[in-house]
Design a protein around this ligand. Structure first.
Ligand SMILES: Cc1cc2nc3c(=O)[nH]c(=O)nc-3n(C[C@H](O)[C@H](O)[C@H](O)COP(=O)(O)OP(=O)(O)OC[C@H]3O[C@@H](n4cnc5c(N)ncnc54)[C@H](O)[C@@H]3O)c2cc1C
Length: 471
């Protein structure tokens, strides 16, 4: 039975992303009846969002469940019959010279890369207090790799290029990842799973109660909040951009914008190209292909001089073939992960262009073709090799997403641990004033920057609110 007090609590949740939705769901399930969710966009999900690429459903934001050990999102995937595609162990590597490396070299590069990441985590955990805030993960790898394999300059160059792959995980170049705070981002482990039919059903499941009860106020951007105190009682006045105001006892804020200035923020973007057919798998003319794996799902293109990008910007790109998804979900689409300054250049090049217009498609293709034309079976004369749909995300232009992808602790950060704890705890404001912070940026460090982190943060604050009102 919900307590009488709880049913009287007036709760506002700002943002219908994963954290806000989870918070609302836990409160409603416990019997809270006076909950409103304010969302500036005209949709739920925030950075979990799908579009169609030439008719195929694709995720524009999150599409992985990271670290699946004891992960509540994995449970939701099972409940919603979401099709999982476990990260395959094979990968193709195209070196900075534009040539594909053989399978053995690729496997060695990959193993070494992960071994250095493990070493860096260990070093960071043991020496965090003494590491200069300006030292990056890339510097650590450079020093360690040079000592170990300096006598083989070609392999060393490939390995250092391979190390830039970390940028795809953080949305920034590996050379800006803080070594000092790397240990905070240790993950609980478990293979990553790609959601073959996207996050759509999981999102719908999380939002079920909120949507059925019609609690989301769409197109309602919150502009201002102020505390009101009368005697012992305090409440919070929430004002919308449209000038409407309302008073609440508890206000849960999930907007990233206010929180990220002291930490760092990644710039991961996704670019989808859909073709008439998956020509890169059609006939294994590629001398490196095997019968079992005509072409691997992942290709890492090292930083190179052949791509159309300004010199000096790390331009390594990871491309995933969605033709490898399980039967029923496979599509002739290539998903490019682009990050950091290189991603910014691409986004800026199409910023003013109408998506899917000729000029937009031409600009995207100008960037992408130097990469996809190096996949197996490509031919300029084969019409199947010409994309029929081009789309690039632009999270870094979106103020409602904090102008980026997710939190990342960068070089120069001196007190990230303290900043994160303060954010998570809402500087102790919640219990006394009713002001709470949720969102991936307030998640336990191991889940920082992920859907799981956002989900857990919403759950945590909801439970604290319940404790306050049920006592
Ligand atoms: C390109 C990309 C790839 C990613 N890949 C993965 C992945 O594979 N796996 C993974 O786990 N995570 C991934 N993430 C991260 C993941 O998407 C986020 O961590 C998670 O969705 C964040 O949820 P949230 O609730 O904290 O914030 P958000 O989803 O940003 O929700 C905040 C909500 O608040 C709304 N809002 C903002 N300001 C206001 C205002 N003033 N008034 C009212 N409403 C407001 C926003 O519109 C938004 O709906 C990715 C993110 C991006 C951008």
């Amino acid at each position: 039975m919900p307590s009488d007090r709880l049913s009287k609590a007036r709760v506002a949740i700002i943002g219908a992303g994963v954290s806000g939705l989870r918070c609302a769901d836990v409160l409603l399930s416990a019997g809270a009846t006076n909950v409103k969710v304010f969302e500036a966009r005209d949709r739920i999900g925030g950075r979990v969002h799908q579009i169609r690429s030439s008719g195929h459903l694709v995720d524009l934001g999150a599409n992985w469940i990271h670290s699946t050990n004891a992960n509540p999102i994995l449970q939701l995937a099972h409940e919603t019959n979401t099709q999982l595609f476990w990260r395959p162990s094979t990968q193709a590597t195209v070196g900075s010279d534009g040539k594909r490396r053989d399978a053995k070299t690729t496997a060695t590069l990959r193993e070494r890369f992960w071994a250095y990441i493990d070493k860096a985590h260990e070093y960071s955990a043991q020496h965090a207090a003494n590491i200069d805030p300006e030292t990056s993960l890339m510097e650590f790898i450079k020093v360690t790799a040079t000592m170990e394999i300096g006598q083989d300059p070609d392999f060393l160059r490939d390995l250092l290029n391979e190390a830039q792959r970390y940028g795809q995980f953080i949305g920034n170049p590996t050379s800006t990842q803080s070594l000092k705070f790397l240990c905070m981002e240790d993950e609980p482990g478990g293979t990553d799973a790609f959601l073959a039919n996207t996050y759509r059903d999981i999102l719908g499941y999380m939002a079920k109660q909120v949507v059925e009860k019609n609690l989301v106020h769409f197109g309602t951007e919150i502009k201002h909040m102020s505390m009101e105190t009368t005697g012992e009682d305090s409440s919070i006045l929430v004002e919308t951009l449209q000038g409407i105001s309302e008073t609440f006892d508890e206000v849960v804020i999930s907007c990233i914008r206010m929180a990220i200035e002291n930490l760092g923020y990644g710039r991961l973007e996704k670019l989808y190209l859909t073709f008439p057919t998956a020509w890169w798998l059609e006939k294994p003319q590629d001398p490196l292909a095997t019968m079992e794996d005509p072409y691997p799902c992942f290709t890492h293109f090292h930083d190179n001089a052949y791509g159309k990008h300004p010199p000096g910007l790390p331009s390594n790109v990871v491309v995933i073939s969605l033709a490898h998804l399980p039967d029923g979900f496979a599509q002739p689409t290539l998903l490019f992960y682009i990050h950091g300054p290189c991603g910014t250049k691409v986004v800026q090049s199409v910023e003013t262009l109408e998506p899917h217009s000729d000029t937009y498609n031409k600009a995207i293709d100008g960037f992408a073709k130097p990469y996809y034309s190096r996949l197996a079976n490509y031919s300029d004369h084969n019409s199947s090799c010409k994309p029929i749909s081009h789309f690039c995300s632009s999270w870094q232009l979106d103020p409602l997403a904090g102008k980026g992808s997710y939190t990342n602790i960068q070089t120069g950060s001196t007190q990230a641990r303290k900043d994160l704890e303060t954010l998570r705890d809402g500087a102790g404001l919640g219990e006394s004033t009713g002001l709470w912070f949720v969102g991936e940026h307030t998640a336990p460090a191991a889940y920082l920057a992920t859907v799981t982190g956002a989900y857990l943060s919403g759950e945590r604050v909801a439970n604290r609110i319940l404790k306050k009102w049920e006592s």
